[in-house]
Ligand binder design. Structure first.
Ligand SMILES: [Zn+2]
Ligand SMILES: [Zn+2]
Length: 59
């Protein structure tokens, strides 16, 4: 399924997909097909985001 409009992240390429999470239109560069998420949400949903917690491991 294709969408019309510009990628809302880079605003320079035609959008190819719509983020399942936030609905942002994203071009192929800013859409993670495997996850169905835009680059913004991928960054937030990053499984290795231990840094989300307080920096308890910091010296
Ligand atoms: Zn883009
Ligand atoms: Zn998103």
């Amino acid at each position: 399924m294709s969408v019309s409009g510009l990628c809302q992240i880079c605003e320079s390429r035609p959008a190819q997909e719509r983020c399942d999470n936030c609905g942002t239109l994203a071009c192929m560069e800013h859409y993670e097909r495997g996850m169905g998420l835009c680059a913004d949400c991928v960054a937030r949903a990053d499984p290795g985001r231990d840094s989300d917690d307080v920096d308890v491991h910091r010296f």
